[in-house]
Design a protein around this ligand. Structure first.
Ligand code: PRX
Length: 655
């Protein structure tokens, strides 16, 4: 990996202080308080985390080991303690919050449902008993392929309750992707639904699940099907059971399974630069601590907040900031099933007004898409209940930040731009809203106890302002991933390949400005960020070459106004290149093909046909060149090492 191309181009100087009103009620309300926390972590790193671990988590058996690095980089935290995540999210609130809303749900079709803590507890217990009745126990893997409904959270919490390891697969992934994930995890149970509502359409979840199972997935013994849409779906009586039948006669109490702190809570598959998606494995206690702390530190959560994170439970954001974090701190989480554009582009703001949302957390891509629709949509709604805004998933461009600040936040709400990853489990670099002034486009400063740094190839800290380098974390933290499921070696090679394996390599480049603020500059590997979601270029290339007419493919990202990055594919066909490089029918077919292989999010936006790809004499594809062409820029790089320089004209669409 090299950082020769990391140039810093963004220079944003505006500074936004938190309002006096916000500071008044904030739990960390000054830089001094924040500095105190940082100092505690620096002076006694383990003591700092041990205290938080004891204070924030309800333990069945308290821990005495804090950090065990004997198997580094497979670090262990609080390893001799025992607890249960579902107990921490539900049982411990029953006395004080029994009747408070845990979940407010709104379906795309307008259904509204609320679940108090007591009701959610009963549903989780009931469903946990139903899973147990079908032979699921501690350590078994359960794949969840559900629409964004409270039942998805019930299923996740029920797994946690009995010590089963869930692996949620985003409902937008195809049957093929579902199958790969089920097989890699060796899952015994699949929990799905007949379908879900999104974008005015029905997402055919059961149909995809049936297709996945028809193609393999021998480990699956039971499929529990939640009835959401009520439309006709296939039903295999040997394996399938309706959710409502499975919970019939089940007890609505279920003793939590007390598991070791390091017991895997879940796997979540994410894309890397090589091979198939990897099953990121998270722990029980360390992960829970990250979710709780960041709800308090970054979202400054209060008892009366109505908190809405728009992420789907299929992504890490939907795990930490929908299914676990908000419940672990006893707050009220809003879940919305559908798209922001149904019935029109005011839906998010309508929901905020009607449910009096006070904390709103979404992705820059959604902000940009809604900003494009104009100010008249948000102007129709009363957004005065909102007190804090957040963003996640990709850098936010200053224009979108300012719009979010002015039009949605009424210039009174801090914006927390949160940098983190599937692997980090929870926020890592983000402003503490009552203490840290924000700058549009910067995720500001690392959280207390998070030893983030920007380093050069030798691992030396880059102290020069605005000079780009590798983003690393220099010490293990409790909510970090533990390994890649079934592939310890890939874990070591992916995250600890440099700096003598001492620093966690995030895979992002970053710079720090003269105030020490972090600015994320992009990925250093072949991973794209499309609408805040990670996609490996290799994955899309493999899908393309699996098509009978494709001989070779190379995929790169091209900047896109709404999605952040769009997918640009160069394709070499078996046989002749289409005349003038255009074949609309085949292009459509290939796009559908990729959608079936991976999911609609991986559909290439552009496909360009060529007789060959630009390769060095050693046969390496020159991706940098392909990126330049995809951006429509002139090639200024040295192309003398190219085996086939003449191909450039064609790749540029010139002939
Ligand atoms: O490149 C960074 C970008 O998203 C990557 C992590 O993707 P994923 O694991 O899918 O998790 C997304 C939700 C946490 C990072 O390596 N990223 C995430 N948040 C930000 C970001 N880039 C800039 N600013 C952010 N706030």
């Amino acid at each position: 990996m090299s950082i020769e191309n990391i140039d810093s181009i963004l220079h944003e100087e505006r500074l936004f202080q938190p309002s006096a009103e916000f500071v008044k009620s904030a739990s960390i309300n000054s830089l001094e308080n924040l500095k105190d926390l940082h100092e505690q972590a620096e002076q006694d790193y383990e003591g700092f985390w041990a205290k938080l671990g004891h204070d924030e988590i309800s333990w069945q058996t308290p821990f005495s080991n804090v950090l065990d690095d004997s198997r580094a980089p497979h670090y262990q935290w609080f390893s001799d303690g025992k607890t249960n995540v579902s107990y921490n999210c539900l049982d411990r609130h029953l006395e004080s919050r029994d009747n408070n809303n845990a979940i407010i749900f709104e379906g795309e079709n307008g259904d509204i449902k609320t679940l108090t803590y007591h009701e959610l507890y009963s549903q989780v217990c009931c469903f946990a008993n139903a899973m147990k009745a079908r032979g699921i126990g501690k350590g078994d893997r359960v794949v969840i392929y559900m629409p964004m409904t409270p039942e998805a959270v019930v299923a996740m919490q029920a797994c946690a309750r009995i010590g089963a390891i869930h692996s949620v697969v985003f409902g937008g992934f195809s049957a093929e992707s579902l199958k790969d994930r089920i097989e890699d995890a060796g899952a015994k149970m699949l929990i799905t639904a007949d379908g879900g509502h999104r974008g005015g359409k029905i997402i055919e979840l059961k149909q995809a699940a049936d297709k996945a199972l028809a193609g393999g997935c021998a480990s699956i013994e039971t499929v529990i099907v939640f009835k959401r849409t009520g439309h006709d779906v296939g039903f295999n009586p040997d394996k399938d059971i309706w959710w409502h039948d499975a919970i019939k006669d089940m007890d609505n109490n279920c003793e939590p399974e007390w598991v070791e702190a390091e017991h895997p809570l879940f796997l979540l598959y994410t894309s890397g630069s090589t091979g198939k998606p990897k099953g990121i494995q998270h722990s029980t206690a360390g992960y829970l601590l990250g979710a709780i702390l960041t709800m308090k530190w970054v979202f400054d959560i209060k008892d009366d907040d109505i908190y809405w994170c728009t992420a789907d439970v299929g992504w890490i954001t939907g795990h930490t900031y929908v299914a676990y974090g908000p419940l672990a701190v006893g707050s009220t989480v809003l879940i919305y099933e559908g798209a922001p554009t149904i019935p029109d582009c005011g839906r998010f703001w309508d929901i905020c007004e009607r449910h009096k949302v006070s904390i709103f957390y979404t992705a820059p891509t959604a902000i940009r898409a809604l900003m494009k629709q104009g100010d008249e949509f948000p102007a129709k709604y009363d957004l005065s209940s909102i007190r804090l805004l957040g963003t996640v998933g990709e850098p936010i461009n200053p224009e979108a930040w300012i719009w979010y600040h002015k039009i949605i936040g009424g210039e009174r709400c801090p914006i927390v731009d949160t940098w983190w990853q599937t692997e980090t489990g929870a926020h890592m670099i983000a402003p503490i809203p009552g203490a840290v002034a924000t700058k549009p486009g910067s995720c500001t400063l690392p959280l207390p106890g998070i030893m983030a740094d920007v380093v050069d190839e030798a691992g030396n800290s880059i102290t020069e302002a605005n000079k780009g380098g590798f983003l690393v974390i220099k010490k293990p933290w409790p909510f970090m991933l533990r390994t890649i499921w079934g592939d310890d070696e890939r874990y070591i090679n992916t995250y600890w390949p440099m700096f003598d394996g001492k620093y966690y390599l995030a895979g992002d480049s970053a710079r720090r400005d003269s105030d020490g603020y972090f600015w994320i500059m992009g990925r250093i590997d072949d991973v794209l960020n499309v609408s805040g979601h990670r996609l490996g270029t290799m994955e899309i290339e493999s899908a393309l070459v699996a098509h009978p007419r494709v001989a070779e493919a190379a995929v790169v990202g091209r900047p896109d106004e709404i999605k952040g990055e769009a997918i640009f594919a160069y394709v070499v066909l078996k046989g002749d290149r289409p005349e003038d490089g255009i074949d609309k029918k085949l292009t459509k077919e290939l796009r559908t093909w990729v959608s079936e292989q991976i999911g609609p999010i991986a559909k290439p936006d552009d496909i360009r046909y060529a007789d060959n790809l630009p390769k060095t004499r050693s046969g390496k594809i020159m991706r940098r060149l392909l990126r330049t062409i995809a951006q429509g820029h002139e090639i200024t790089q040295d192309t003398s090492t190219l085996e086939n320089e003449s191909i450039l004209q064609q790749l540029q669409g010139k002939r």
